[in-house]
Design a protein around this ligand. Structure first.
Ligand code: 1CP
Length: 327
């Protein structure tokens, strides 16, 4: 239930007057905000409070997160020369992440902490468009028109993601998630040629061949990726995230064997009466039983207007329901 914090008054209180990206560089604040949802909800894991653009800012990209808009980049990245601004990420660029993850692992006392990074298409889209985009036109124009530049850009972004994820794993994160949130904008053929090689590289760099006993479960998520789920599984994660647009039993048919699924309750269902939520959550769990493994989650982030009481009730329902042996 990422971004659960946005619906909590205590989150809004500690963030008051502190810009989003600045709050991601203060270890005590990162720790406090990460823990806030766990004080209210009996969830099985915490997700680090950060953002997918934090490592971009850390290597010197002039990105800001504007309230009500999202990430905005003053000088977009559109040429070979611009690429030089995307230097590799070093642990010394994000000391606050290492410090916060270390403190959280102690505080969590065995409850897993999920670290994360932005996927290559999604970060490329913010960099090329200069901000949030509905259709990702400029990004796709670069992908179609300048394949060499595109692969150079995604190569650098994959390197930054690998480094950011490894920093979190070294500091004690128990699982990692790659959010390629907007990759559902491309067709399967384009995904295979233009994106898959880079996501494969990221997951390989975090797998057991690369990290041995230090490797952790890897989750891969995007929105509107029904037609890409098979390829996203091929990219090498252990868990494939599914939004709410296709049912989990259908997702099982699309993803290769040996993978678990994560998802996929529509976050807007949480704005409906409890009876509706209960019925839909039970349906997600029942369909999830057809997968080799299932991590119950929303199909996307928590909406800010969600009632925290409903989130607490949902968490309890999921625990009770998944402990039950199906008839
Ligand atoms: O629960 C948590 O707070 C987890 C931390 C977290 C995560 C995992 C934040 C804090 N952001 C993210 C990931 C993230 N950031 C994604 C991928 C996740 C997803 O698919 O939902 C994306 C696309 C972003 C970019 C971003 N950051 C947006 C989206 C804008 C768009 O293009 O539509 C927005 C609004 C942000 C700001 C942000 N990041 C996080 C929070 C809590 C917020 C809200 C701002 C605030 O509270 O001031």
């Amino acid at each position: 239930m990422r971004q659960a914090g946005r619906s909590l008054p205590e989150y809004r209180k500690v963030r008051e007057g502190i810009p989003m990206l600045e709050s991601c560089t203060r270890p005590e604040l990162i720790t406090e905000i990460t823990l806030q949802p766990l004080r209210r909800f009996d969830v099985d894991a915490a997700i680090l409070f950060s953002d997918i653009v934090v490592p971009l800012r850390a290597v010197g990209i002039d990105v800001d997160i504007k309230a009500g808009i999202g990430p905005v980049i003053e000088t977009p990245v559109r040429s070979a020369r611009d690429l030089e601004r995307l230097r590799p990420l070093e642990p010394d660029d994000v000391p606050y992440v290492t410090e916060a993850v270390g403190a959280l692992v102690t505080e969590l006392g065995g409850r897993p902490l999920i670290g994360f990074a932005g996927g290559p298409f999604t970060l490329a889209s913010y960099l090329v468009e200069g901000g949030p985009s509905k259709n990702h036109d400029k990004t796709k124009a670069l992908m179609y028109g300048h394949p060499e530049l595109w692969h150079a850009l995604l190569g650098r972004l994959a390197g930054i993601a690998i480094s950011f994820l490894r920093i979190q794993v070294s500091a004690g994160a128990a699982a990692i998630q790659l959010f390629d949130s907007w990759v559902g904008a491309v067709s399967p053929d384009d995904y295979r040629h233009a994106i898959l090689p880079h996501t494969k590289r990221i997951f390989a760099a975090l797998g057991s061949h690369a990290l041995g006993d230090d490797s952790v479960p890897r989750i891969h998520f995007g929105v509107g990726t029904g037609e890409l789920l098979g390829l996203m599984g091929e990219a090498g994660a252990d868990v494939v995230g599914v939004d709410w647009r296709i049912p989990l039993d259908e997702a099982v048919r699309r993803v290769e064997p040996g993978k678990a699924l994560q998802g996929n309750l529509d976050p807007s269902i949480l704005l409906a009466p409890w009876e509706v939520i209960e019925e839909r959550a039970k349906d997600v769990i029942a369909r999830g039983r057809t997968a080799e493994g299932h991590v119950f989650n929303l199909g996307h982030g928590v909406l800010p207007e969600t009632d925290p009481g409903v989130l607490a009730r949902l968490t309890d329902l999921v625990h009770a329901e998944s402990a039950r042996t199906p008839a």
